[in-house]
Design a binder for this molecule. Structure first.
Ligand SMILES: [Ca+2]
Ligand SMILES: [Ca+2]
Ligand SMILES: [Ca+2]
Length: 287
């Protein structure tokens, strides 16, 4: 086998690893309990694939997902716990989006079936998103899904669905999302909510808070943190107690990269000191 083929195989393996690592959709069902009244999509071979992976791009705000292969009815008071290949992390704004099959049945009128949402980092301790049992505010199942082949489902302004911000439960990250039917709080024709899909908007490593218009560019993988800059800066990583873990000077046009193998996942402070500027931000490191 010549080098050209070896190179091609290397590229294909790298690409497949990259694509696998990028799956932002719920990837497994951890636990569930179905309630009464509706059984759509609850049996094999529709379940569990109907709640994992992406939504059907053919759906729209007036034509919702309705096939058992696409959606799962939880039944009255039913619930399900979904997990992800990577942690959902707390970035700017909404961090994940829940897609039910709410739809617009007349101008401005939505047939919504509510789901209470909670999250957990460890699958043991749960944090419920605050919600209003009268208006449904803070619950999922309220906003139709927008379809279309070019929709970016990690952009809540394009995707529709209901977005949730980990800021609202005070968590830096979550691995599990629990959805519980809450149609008992609604009018009687709402029998049970369906689950179509859940997508993580922010995954893996991210900066929790980062000032805008920085004079440097950063990138993080679970293994390395790299940074390139337009001015000479001193870069320092400290723990939240101020203890210095790494420090270096970065020059324009010469990116630096430092290994994260010796650093345990957690929250750190990243400081960049330029000649006239000082930047400091909290960095949420997850593997
Ligand atoms: Ca957030
Ligand atoms: Ca529904
Ligand atoms: Ca689905």
């Amino acid at each position: 086998m010549n080098n050209r083929y070896l190179f091609l195989i290397f590229i294909l393996i790298s690409l497949s690893c990259f694509l696998k690592a990028q799956n932002p959709w719920a990837s497994s069902v951890v636990e569930y309990h179905f309630g009464n009244g509706q059984t759509l999509g609850q049996s094999s071979p529709d379940f569990p694939s109907n709640v994992l992976g992406p939504v059907n791009p053919a759906v729209s705000n007036t034509v919702p997902a309705s096939a058992p292969s696409e959606v799962l009815s939880l039944g009255r008071n039913g619930w399900i716990v979904l997990s992800f290949e990577q942690d959902i992390v707390n970035g700017a704004g909404a961090d994940f989006t829940v897609f039910e099959n709410a739809f617009e049945y007349a101008e401005g009128l939505i047939f919504d079936e509510w789901l209470m949402v909670s999250v957990s980092m460890d699958g043991i301790n749960w944090y419920a998103f605050p919600c209003d049992s009268v208006t449904g505010e803070g619950m999922a199942g309220r906003t139709p899904t927008n379809g279309g082949g070019s929709t970016n489902y990690q952009d809540i302004t394009q995707s529709g669905g209901d977005g949730f911000n980990l800021d609202d439960v005070g968590l830096p990250s979550a691995r599990y999302v629990k959805l519980q039917d809450a149609t008992r709080l609604q009018t009687p024709e709402k029998i049970a909510a369906e689950v179509d899909a859940v997508v993580a908007i922010h995954t893996g490593n991210t900066l929790v808070s980062m000032p805008q218009n920085l004079p440097f560019f950063w990138q993080a993988t679970p293994e390395f943190f790299s940074l390139a800059t337009q001015e000479v800066i001193k870069l320092e990583l400290t723990d939240m107690g101020g203890r210095s873990l790494f420090s270096t000077v970065v020059y324009p046009g010469r990116a630096v990269s430092f290994p994260l193998s010796g650093i345990t996942p957690g929250i750190y402070c990243l400081k960049a000191m330029g000649q006239n500027n000082f930047y400091s931000c909290k960095w949420n490191y997850y593997r």
